[in-house]
Design a protein around this ligand. Structure first.
Ligand code: HEC
Ligand code: HEC
Ligand code: HEC
Ligand code: HEC
Ligand code: HEC
Length: 327
């Protein structure tokens, strides 16, 4: 009996101890969590402010939803609700939190799907589908190729800035029928696509919002597949150097074939200038195709990393088409 009493006293004090502890534990975790998340939002906002997304590209202001669907945060988030002419805001918005976390942007993150101008099928990019909705070159090169071949191009249209998904998917280049294109499937099918490499998880446990491919996270991004610990560079195997060299050769071949000394890209189209500064208007079809792919790879900014085999193929096949020779 005495032993039992002692046992129960012990048991109850133990129970109280456990309940008491767990109560303070829960309360402590909750308030800590709240404080942490506010801190995290502040950090995320700071990171976002370090990116180009915070600014609106003013050249696109007042030009309706055709530019606003990628250049105005509100226009992007609500693009399905505006007809072309109806979207004329008094002020432009950058690519802000609501652009990606409400409306059309949120839907891309939640469904993991996007429609890209050069693909019939839906792009399944996981959370990266939101990035690909804007960073896709805004053109369908197959249509341009056909028009160019038939001599029906109204102007020498170029792939728009932010052509990253055109390369990453291995489908958005100007392909020559019958030519041979290889694709680095390992890169084009990475889970969450752009987000995997451009928004890695930080030490504090949230996804980085600088949107940069940062070498600091090499182990987590590239290093998850490229396990050789002696390389900590994006220039794996010298690919970026090789691509830069090949781009210079392709550019020279375009200049030789057209008689141009300089090619400008402005207001949506290429302009070719001769040594006297006069515009050359009669550009051979093959030279246009080569110029398109040259800009696509050169302005993507990854120098082949987005899709090593596809970037190489685009340069190689364009060069061959233009010069009849191997690069
Ligand atoms: C609503 C369209 C839109 C979306 C969605 C979008 N971007 Fe951008 N992005 C832009 C524009 C416009 C710029 C150019 C901003 C400027 O003028 O510097 C840009 C610039 C960039 C740059 C260049 C570096 C910099 O800081 O300016 C990177 C890298 C980038 N975006 C990555 C991403 C990633 C990764 C995602 C997805 C998480 C994404 N973007 C989603 C429109 C978008
Ligand atoms: C499919 C999405 C999309 C559409 C539509 C679009 N853009 Fe862009 N544009 C982008 C992205 C993404 C970038 C930024 C790429 C980067 O910096 O990496 C960009 C960059 C630019 C830049 C260069 C900005 C800089 O700071 O260097 C200009 C200028 C521009 N766009 C003008 C326009 C105009 C004008 C229109 C409408 C006729 C338009 N864009 C429509 C996605 C788009
Ligand atoms: C999901 C796995 C995976 C990730 C993540 C990945 N790679 Fe790759 N990468 C591969 C595979 C597999 C190949 C070889 C086959 C091919 O080209 O498709 C490759 C090829 C390459 C090549 C071609 C040169 C060579 O060695 O043949 C370069 C350069 C490259 N990757 C760089 C990068 C960089 C830089 C990152 C990070 C920003 C990265 N990769 C992330 C799997 C990956
Ligand atoms: C395999 C990893 C990987 C994937 C996936 C990836 N990127 Fe990149 N991206 C890179 C690397 C590496 C660079 C080059 C950074 C450097 O050299 O500093 C780069 C460069 C860029 C740049 C140019 C940055 C600048 O400052 O000019 C933009 C914009 C960009 N990527 C957007 C995207 C978008 C959009 C997607 C998805 C469609 C994507 N990336 C998918 C690794 C990746
Ligand atoms: C260009 C698109 C883009 C912009 C702009 C953007 N985010 Fe995000 N954000 C994302 C993506 C993609 C994720 C990852 C979603 C996922 O994994 O489910 C994310 C995740 C988050 C998360 C969850 C963190 C985590 O690790 O899961 C928070 C919180 C967040 N964003 C806050 C913000 C705030 C605040 C802003 C504005 C200062 C902002 N975001 C701007 C694309 C964006």
């Amino acid at each position: 009996m005495k032993r039992n009493a002692i046992f129960f006293v012990l048991l109850f004090s133990l129970l109280f101890l456990v309940i008491g502890c767990s109560k303070t534990d829960v309360a402590g975790t909750e308030s800590e969590k709240e404080k942490l998340s506010l801190e995290i939002i502040e950090t995320i906002s700071e990171e976002w402010k370090s990116s180009g997304h915070q600014y609106a590209v003013t050249a696109t202001a007042g030009r309706g939803i055709s530019c606003g669907k990628c250049h105005d945060g509100v226009g992007f988030a609500e693009q399905l609700e505006y007809a072309d002419i109806d979207f004329q805001p008094d002020h432009q918005t950058g690519i802000d939190c609501q652009a990606c976390h409400t409306g059309f942007g949120k839907e891309r993150i939640d469904t993991g799907t996007a429609k890209l101008p050069f693909m019939d099928e839906t792009f399944n990019g996981g959370t990266g589908a939101v990035c690909a909705s804007c960073h896709n070159s805004n053109s369908n090169p197959d249509v341009l190729f056909a028009q160019s071949e038939a001599g029906e191009l109204s102007r020498y249209s170029y792939p728009h800035y932010g052509m990253n998904a055109a390369l990453l998917t291995g489908q958005g280049g100007m392909e020559i029928p019958g030519a041979n294109y290889l694709v680095s499937i390992a890169h084009s099918t990475i889970e969450d696509s752009c987000v995997f490499c451009h928004m890695p998880e930080t030490e504090k446990g949230y996804k980085s919002h600088t949107f940069k491919a940062d070498l600091k996270y090499f182990d987590q991004t590239c290093g998850s597949c490229h396990v050789d610990q002696t390389i900590k560079t994006f220039n794996i195997g010298g690919l970026q150097d090789e691509i830069k060299e090949q781009l210079a050769k392709l550019e020279q071949a375009i200049l030789d074939a057209t008689g141009a000394v300089r090619i400008e890209a402005a207001s949506g189209s290429f302009t070719y200038y001769d040594a006297e500064g006069n515009q050359i208007t009669d550009i051979p079809h093959e030279a246009y195709v080569a110029t398109y792919n040259w800009r696509l790879v050169a302005k993507d900014g990854s120098y082949g990393v987005h899709n090593p085999l596809y970037a190489k193929s685009l340069i190689r096949e364009s060069y061959k088409y233009l010069t009849g020779e191997d690069l």
